[in-house]
Design a protein around this ligand. Structure first.
Ligand SMILES: Nc1ncnc2c1ncn2[C@@H]1O[C@H](COP(=O)(O)OP(=O)(O)OP(=O)(O)O)[C@@H](O)[C@H]1O
Length: 590
């Protein structure tokens, strides 16, 4: 016992190596060679410095995380909340204190009548555009944008020094599904109608004066010479082929969607609107644009407008308003030059340029600062957040029974969603619409075919799908008439994401009452997927921007929605966790 205690108390001795004194390398050299040598140092040392320089040189200028713009406030509250997300494509950050004070102001507005809109337009809103709803109040995007766009009459002026035309410029940035289309359309219609009223009064006045002159001439028997005909036979005041407003969108599907809203409003307010895109035949395009009764609003893509304008430049001669909807797409590399060309060519008559977007990536932020420094930013408090009533579930594809088979996990999630009971047992069984988002277009077809083999009614929508087919496919996921019943019964929202173990799916041959759309980014931008309550993120999106747009197809206008993201061992689970945290707290993904 005594010897054991002794042994325990025996101090351990450190023995130095025999050659300890022989090390001739300096401390600095030893550090540089050590793999952990770069830690806790203010100077990275030559080896790491060279590596940093190399990385910086390889980074494109646009990605350099340099912050620009007056609106970016760098106080304590505005530090990025999410570290993993920050490492992805960053979104321009916005002050939280500014968001709160703006929210307070917007809360004081309750009705469309308070926004200074003409009564005939309010009637069209209640009876046509939103006629399917029992109770309508303006959204934050509308409360913010409508008075701002209405108050600016927009006088065309020219800078004496540079010769540049000056017009009012706005950026309307608001969360997905927040009614941005009506937020810019209502003021444009209002301006057009007001200008029409003024022109009518002026024309009546002119006609009255002309009649007086005629009467006088008649009385004095003066021979009246007919006015000379214009070379092209067109009256310079004619509205044929000379729209007052052009709404630009990046795809034919979005052109159709916005064109329908513009048409709905026109039933009541009486103005001429048309949508033209590559999905229309040349004859249809010509008939719509060159309607002898004139055209007030044209909705189209930049490529089509630009190609028509190259042959018929006068189509841009009377444009007072240009909207670039989905501005982050219209000012990315593939569209930027062509969009700017249309704006520049319309500048001599332009009164307002309105950029509209659900996200402001840094590249757009920087571009606006450089190209349109005087642009007024109308930014809603909830910008960059996922709609409040959308929940995000996570499925680990590495667990049993999937064993890393992502497509199998996807099919199983769809079966579970499709078979889930309605919350409201009294509701009629309505078809469930589910969107599956993949990162690569090649994958869309492959996933769709697998789903079909598992008894799921699935279609794929990518850039390879023909224009005509795209319209048909999207119709059942967007058409308000098909979901009218659901909208009327907003409280009888049937969504139930039943996480209890389901019956063995293999015993079902076909999954009834469920329609699935497998798509890429193409289906995530701007498409008003009113009929969709579930979205599956087959791949973890590359950026927070993609998260916002994809989950933004759900929860439109405060409706409930459920997203499911599939994660595997090679996916960034930290990013998914941060997105979920942000959604839970109702915060922006910045
Ligand atoms: N004030 C309102 N009250 C209720 N519903 C509205 C209101 N304004 C618009 N809506 C409806 O909300 C839906 C979404 O509108 P819209 O497509 O304009 O959203 P968005 O903000 O452009 O979305 P995204 O950013 O995804 O393109 C549409 O079906 C529209 O009819």
């Amino acid at each position: 016992m005594a010897s054991a205690m002794k042994q325990r108390k025996k101090p351990t001795r450190m023995v130095l190596a025999d050659d300890v004194s022989k090390n001739t390398k300096s401390r600095q050299q030893q550090r540089d060679e050590n793999p952990f040598g770069g830690m806790n140092r203010s100077d990275p040392g030559p080896r790491l410095r060279a590596l940093q320089d190399k990385t910086r040189a390889a980074m494109p200028a646009e990605e350099t995380p340099k912050r620009t713009g007056k609106h970016i406030v760098k106080n304590k509250d505005d530090r990025p909340l999410f570290h993993a997300l920050k490492m992805q494509t960053a979104l321009a950050s916005l002050s939280y204190s500014a968001r709160t004070s703006l929210q307070d102001k917007l809360d004081k507005i309750e009705t469309f009548e308070q926004l200074g809109i003409r009564q005939d337009i309010i009637d069209a809103l209640y009876n046509q555009a939103l006629g399917y709803l029992d109770y309508i109040d303006p959204t934050p995007a509308q409360k913010l944008a409508i008075p701002a766009l209405l108050s600016k009459k927009g006088e065309i002026t020219q800078n004496k020094k540079t010769g540049e035309y000056q017009y009012d410029k706005f950026l309307l940035a608001a969360e997905t599904g927040s009614g941005k289309t009506l937020a810019y359309l209502i003021p444009i219609i209002s301006h057009i109608k007001t200008a029409e009223d003024i022109e009518k009064a002026e024309a009546a006045d002119k006609a009255q004066k002309a009649a007086k002159v005629n009467d006088k001439r008649h009385a004095e028997h003066i021979f009246d010479v007919a006015p000379p005909k214009l070379a092209d036979g067109l009256d310079p005041d004619s509205a044929t082929g000379r729209p007052r407003a052009i709404i630009l969108l990046p795809s034919s599907e979005l052109v159709d969607q916005v064109g329908k809203v513009a048409k709905l409003m026109a039933h009541k307010v009486k103005y001429r609107s048309a949508s033209i895109s590559a999905s229309n035949s040349p004859t249809v395009i010509r008939n719509r644009l060159f309607n002898p009764n004139g055209i007030d609003i044209i909705v189209s893509t930049p490529h089509l407008i630009s190609s028509i304008a190259s042959k018929e430049p006068h189509i841009l001669s009377k444009v007072n308003y240009i909207v670039a909807d989905e501005a982050d797409s219209l000012f990315d590399r593939s569209f930027r030059d062509i969009t700017l060309d249309i704006i520049d060519r319309s500048a001599s008559s332009l009164k307002q340029l309105i950029l509209c977007s659900a996200t402001i990536p840094r590249s757009l932020d920087k571009f606006i600062d450089n190209r349109f420094p005087m642009m007024k930013r109308l930014v809603t408090p909830k910008l960059h957040s996922v709609p409040r009533r959308v929940q995000l579930g996570v499925v680990d594809i590495d667990k049993q029974p999937y064993s890393g088979n992502r497509t199998l996990a996807c099919a199983d999630a769809i079966w579970q969603l499709g078979k889930a009971e309605h919350d409201d047992t009294g509701a009629n069984h309505t078809v469930k619409h589910i969107i599956v988002f993949v990162n690569e277009r090649e994958k869309a077809e492959e996933v769709q075919q697998f789903l079909v083999s598992k008894g799921i009614d699935a279609v794929a929508l990518t850039r390879d799908t023909t224009e005509a087919r795209r319209g048909d496919i999207l119709d059942s996921f967007t058409s308000p008439s098909r979901v009218e019943g659901e909208l009327k019964n907003a409280k009888k929202d049937f969504l139930s994401f039943d996480t209890r173990p389901q019956q063995d799916t293999t015993s079902y041959k076909k999954l009834a009452n469920t329609k699935v759309l497998v798509t890429t980014d193409l289906g995530s931008r701007g498409i008003d997927t009113l009929a969709v309550r579930h979205a599956i993120l087959y791949d973890v999106p590359h950026t927070s921007i993609d998260f916002i747009h994809r989950l933004g197809r759900l929860g439109r206008m405060n409706r409930r929605g459920r997203g499911v993201v599939l994660v595997g061992k090679n996916d960034r689970k930290d990013i998914v966790r941060e997105v979920r945290d942000a959604m839970f707290r109702g915060q922006a993904l910045i």
